[in-house]
Design a protein around this ligand. Structure first.
Ligand SMILES: NC(=O)c1ccc[n+]([C@@H]2O[C@H](COP(=O)([O-])OP(=O)(O)OC[C@H]3O[C@@H](n4cnc5c(N)ncnc54)[C@H](OP(=O)(O)O)[C@@H]3O)[C@@H](O)[C@H]2O)c1
Length: 290
C-alpha cells in the first residue's frame, strides 16, 4: 500500500518512523510543513495535484498549541478544520482511506466516567472546537473509509510534552506545583503509532469499504497531572517534591476539561489491540530519554 503520513516532525509522526522498517512491504511517504503546509489551501492542492494514488492518508499534523489557539483562532481553524476537510476531499477523490487524529479536548470534562465514542462532544476551548470541526468535516465528506482516532495527553521521547517539561523542572528544582484536578489518560506516542500501523494491517481496515468510525485510544489507566509528575520523578529517580494545586491556582488562557479520560473498549475489541498501562509505557519511554 502507498501510505502518506502528514506531520513527520511531530511526536506521533516521529514515533511512526520508529516502526516503519517493520512494515517495509508498504511504501511510506512522509511530509512535514515544508512539503505540505496545512495552513495554506494552495499548498494542499498543489501537493495533491502532483502526488496522488495514495491508499492511506494518516494525518498526524495539527495546530496543537492549546493556549495559543485562543489568540490564533483563525490559524487553528485552518489547520485543524479546513485543512482536514480538504484532506478528506482528496482522500475521497483518490479512493484513499483516511486516519485522522483528534483529541479528548472535544469533550467538556463533565462526565464522571471515561468518555465513550458515542458521548456528545462539547469543547470548552478554541483548540477543541477546531478539532471537533475537523472531525465533523471529515465525517460529512467520508461516510466510508475514514477513522477518527481521539487520543489524549501524548508523551514521547520527541518534541515538547509534559514528560519532557517535568524531566527538566525535576532536575532544576526541589519542589514544584502541579495541577491535580484534571484527570486524563496519558498516551505514549509509540503505542499510538504501533496501533495505527496495526490498524492499517487489520482485515477490518482492508475491506474495500467500511463505514467511517470514531475510536478512542490512550494507554490504559487514568491519572491527574500531579500524579503523572510524581510517577515521572519516581521512575527517573528525581528528588523533586510535587505539591498538588487546583486549576484555579494555575490559570491558563484556555480552560481544560476536568475529566478527559477515554474508554478504549471499542478500539481494542474492533481491532484486537493490546494496550499497555500508562505506567508501563512511561517506563519504556524513559529508557529513551535518561
Ligand atoms: N500532544 C498531545 O498531548 C495531544 C493530545 C490530544 C490529541 N493530540 C492530537 O494528536 C495528533 C498528534 O499530536 P502530536 O503530539 O504528535 O503533535 P506535535 O508533536 O505538536 O506535532 C504536530 C505536527 O504538526 C505539524 N504542523 C503544525 N502546523 C502545521 C502546518 N501548518 N502544516 C503542516 N504541519 C503542521 C507540526 O509541524 P512543525 O514540527 O513544523 O511545527 C508538528 O510536526 C494531533 O492531531 C493532535 O491534535 C495530541
Amino acid at each position: 500500500m502507498k501510505i502518506l503520513v502528514i506531520g513527520k516532525n511531530g511526536q506521533l509522526g516521529r514515533s511512526i518512523q520508529k516502526f516503519i522498517s517493520k512494515f517495509n512491504h508498504h511504501e511510506f511517504t512522509l511530509t512535514g510543513r515544508e512539503e505540505l503546509d496545512l495552513s495554506s489551501s494552495e499548498s494542499i492542492s498543489k501537493y495533491f495535484n502532483t502526488n496522488s494514488n495514495f491508499d492511506v492518508i494518516v494525518n498526524c499534523a495539527a495546530f496543537n498549541g492549546v493556549d495559543r489557539a485562543e489568540e490564533e483562532a483563525d490559524l487553528a481553524d485552518q489547520v485543524n478544520h479546513l485543512a482536514v476537510k480538504k484532506l478528506a476531499e482528496f482522500a475521497n477523490s483518490q479512493n484513499a482511506k483516511l486516519i485522522h487524529i483528534s483529541t479528548d479536548y472535544v469533550f467538556d470534562g463533565k462526565n464522571e466516567s471515561p468518555y465513550l465514542e458515542s458521548d456528545n462532544p462539547n469543547p470548552i476551548n478554541v483548540y477543541g472546537k477546531t478539532k471537533l470541526l475537523g472531525e465533523k468535516a471529515s465525517l460529512k465528506i467520508m461516510s466510508n473509509n475514514a477513522i477518527i482516532m481521539r487520543t489524549s495527553w501524548v508523551f514521547s521521547e520527541f518534541g515538547n510534552n509534559f514528560l519532557k517539561t517535568m524531566m527538566k523542572l525535576g532536575s532544576e528544582k526541589n519542589d514544584i506545583n502541579v495541577v491535580s484536578d484534571q484527570i486524563g489518560s496519558p498516551t505514549y506516542a509509540s503505542d499510538l503509532a504501533e496501533a495505527i500501523l496495526h490498524i492499517i494491517s487489520n482485515n477490518n481496515f482492508n475491506k474495500k469499504s467500511f463505514p467511517t468510525e470514531v475510536f478512542h485510544f490512550s494507554n490504559i489507566g487514568e491519572t491527574s497531572w500531579s500524579d503523572f509528575a510524581k510517577e515521572i520523578f519516581k521512575l527517573a529517580n528525581l528528588n523533586c517534591k510535587v505539591t498538588p494545586i487546583s486549576s484555579d491556582q494555575y490559570p491558563t488562557p484556555a480552560i481544560r476539561p476536568k475529566n478527559s479520560t477515554l474508554s478504549k473498549d471499542k478500539i481494542t475489541n474492533h481491532f484486537k489491540l493490546q494496550v499497555p498501562s500508562w505506567q508501563k509505557s512511561l517506563k519504556e519511554c524513559l529508557k529513551g530519554i535518561i
